[in-house]
Write a protein that binds this ligand. Structure first.
Ligand SMILES: [Zn+2]
Length: 304
């Protein structure tokens, strides 16, 4: 007896095949850079649907026969009938997962629950799968090259040695530093933004301070600049400059960033440039808090 693929799963796989064929036709004689991006996009777009197919077939409580089975209430143990179907969307490492799963309600204690959620290990109201939560936590941590290599292999399946990551990061850091320095020189010379202006909303806020950071060779001062909009007492759309360079080099870089955010653009007619200076710890924590801007520091690691 030959087993055949379920129609819905086959349809998704066939759709992926057609999407790939279409990309090949659209991008005839394109570079590998274009093609790898297109294929990755197609595969990633299909991943969530394929996960749905697998979850549907792997999870017993989503099966037809199970829908008539009474389930024991997780609160009081009383057995309850299925009440209705409820949708739930969870973001996963494969993309969004949309579930329609049986919902139970206990007449005894009033608790509502879904056995499928329990089986899948989905916490109530969680919007991210456990797997995606883990990824987010990983990339939010300060990344050194050895860890970066491991993270990349885990997240993407691509094996890149720590040494390759180090070289790449140093090149990127050097390029960032050079571009930032050049922008600073140009702004000083022209009194205009060196890059396309991305105006900060509301009043322009510029803050700067220094923070002591422990490097391999000991403590050193990192100068930090924050540029952002100030609307109704809130900082919005912030961007940052950070460097270990002396203040003479830092100043032009911060100016270049402020100019990029609209500080020197007369057409924006700002109420004024608000320049404030906070205690070092305030700015340091705003950048180093693991839930907000720590990756910014990591990306500047090699530029410092
Ligand atoms: Zn109950």
């Amino acid at each position: 007896m030959t087993e055949t693929l379920p129609d819905s799963m086959l349809a998704r796989l066939v759709a992926l095949g057609w999407a790939l064929l279409e990309r090949a036709r659209q991008h005839r004689d394109a570079t590998l850079e274009v093609l790898e991006h297109e294929v990755l996009g197609c595969v990633r777009a299909a991943q969530g649907g394929l996960l749905e197919e697998v979850v549907e077939r792997s999870t017993t409580s989503l099966g037809l026969a199970q829908r008539r089975v009474r389930q024991a209430c997780p609160g009081c143990g009383r057995r309850a009938k299925m009440r209705d179907w409820r949708g739930r969307t969870v973001r996963t490492v494969c993309g969004p997962l949309r579930l329609e799963r049986p919902w139970y309600h206990c007449a005894g204690c009033g608790q509502g629950w879904s056995p499928a959620d329990a089986t899948l290990g989905l916490a109530p109201r969680a919007r991210l799968s456990v797997g995606l939560q883990r990824w987010v936590s990983e990339v939010g941590l300060e990344t050194v090259f050895r860890q970066g290599s491991r993270h990349l292999a885990e997240l993407s399946g691509q094996a890149v040695s720590p040494e390759s990551i180090r070289r790449h990061s140093q090149r990127q850091g050097a390029a960032l530093a050079a571009a930032s320095e050049a922008a600073g020189v140009r702004v000083l010379a022209t009194r205009e933004a060196a890059e396309p202006v991305d105006p900060a909303p509301g009043q322009l806020l510029v803050e700067t301070d220094g923070v002591q950071v422990h490097f391999h060779r000991g403590w050193g001062e990192v100068k930090l600049g924050l540029v952002g909009g100030y609307v109704d007492g809130e900082l919005v759309a912030p961007s940052y400059v950070a460097t270990r360079a002396p203040v003479e080099a830092f100043g032009p870089r911060l100016l270049a960033e402020a100019a990029r955010r609209g500080a020197l653009d007369p057409a924006l007619r700002r109420p004024g440039l608000a320049a404030r200076r906070r205690a070092a710890t305030t700015v340091a924590w705003s950048l180093l808090r693991p839930d907000s801007h720590r990756p910014v520091i990591a990306s500047f690691q090699d530029a410092l």
